[in-house]
Design a protein around this ligand. Structure first.
Ligand code: AMP
Length: 213
C-alpha cells in the first residue's frame, strides 16, 4: 500500500516521467500537473502565461523560475487532496520554493512530499525522442507506432518541436546543470526514490510502486 499523497516526478527529457506520472496519479487518485505540457497548451491558447513562456520553449530553455513557480502555486492552491507534479521543481530556486512555501493552505507545513527520480542512459533517451509523439488533445505521450492516442483515441499525434536533436541536447544539458543539483538539495529534506526508467511502461510502473511501498 502506498501512503503518500504528494509527489514530484523528475527525470531527463524522454525518461518517461509524463507516462509514469499520469499512471501513478490515476492509480492513487491524485491531481496531476505536467508543467511542460501546461506551458505548451498555454502557448497554443496565446494566453498571457503562454506569451511569457514562448520565447524560452522556442529556444529549448527552461522558463524563468518565477514563471514556473507562479504556475505551480496557482495550480496547487486549487487542489489539496493529493497531487503529483511532473517536471517541477527543476532548479534550486524551484526546489526551495516547493519545500519552503506553505503551498497548501490549511495543511501541515512539513508536508511529506516524495520525489520520484527516473534515470535512463543518454543513448536510450536519444533513441526515444526520435519516435516520441504527443497527443494534442489530452497531452498523453506515445510512440510513432501508434496512429491514434491510446488514451483518448484522438488522431492528432504530433512530434514535439523540442524533440529535434538540437532541442533534446539542449534540454538534457539544462537537466544536468540545473535539475541534478536541485535533486541533491531535495535529497537533504525529502525522500527521493531513484528508479530506473528502462523497461516497458508496466515494468517501470511496478518498480516505482515497489519503491514507494
Ligand atoms: P517537459 O514537457 O517536461 O519536457 O517540458 C518542456 C519544456 O517546458 C521544458 O524544456 C522547459 O522549457 C519548460 N518547463 C517545464 N517545466 C519547467 C520548470 N519546472 N521550470 C522551467 N521550465 C520548465
Amino acid at each position: 500500500m502506498i501512503e503518500g499523497r504528494y509527489f514530484a516526478m523528475l527525470g531527463p527529457p524522454a525518461s518517461g516521467k509524463g507516462t509514469q506520472g499520469r499512471l501513478l496519479a490515476e492509480r492513487l487518485g491524485l491531481a496531476y500537473l505536467s508543467t511542460g505540457s501546461r506551458l505548451r497548451r498555454e502557448i497554443e491558447k496565446g494566453s498571457d502565461l503562454g506569451l511569457r513562456a514562448k520565447t524560452y520553449l522556442d529556444c529549448n530553455q527552461y522558463v524563468p523560475d518565477d514563471l514556473a513557480i507562479e504556475l505551480v502555486h496557482s495550480w496547487l492552491s486549487r487542489c489539496s487532496e493529493g497531487w503529483l507534479l511532473d517536471g517541477f521543481p527543476r532548479s534550486l530556486v524551484q526546489a526551495r520554493a516547493l519545500m519552503e512555501t506553505p503551498i497548501i493552505v490549511g495543511t501541515s507545513s512539513d508536508l511529506p512530499i516524495q520525489v520520484i527520480h527516473l534515470t535512463v542512459p543518454a543513448a536510450e533517451l536519444r533513441k526515444r525522442v526520435t519516435t516520441r509523439r504527443e497527443c494534442s488533445n489530452c497531452g498523453a505521450t506515445t510512440t510513432s507506432d501508434h496512429q491514434v492516442c491510446p488514451k483518448c483515441g484522438s488522431a492528432e499525434l504530433i512530434a514535439r518541436a523540442d524533440d529535434s536533436t538540437e532541442g533534446f541536447e539542449k534540454r538534457l544539458q539544462s537537466y544536468q546543470s540545473l535539475t541534478l543539483p536541485a535533486l541533491k538539495v531535495l535529497q537533504e529534506s525529502l525522500a527521493v526514490h531513484t528508479v530506473s526508467g528502462l523497461g516497458s511502461r508496466d515494468e517501470v510502473s511496478l518498480a516505482i510502486q515497489e519503491k514507494l511501498r
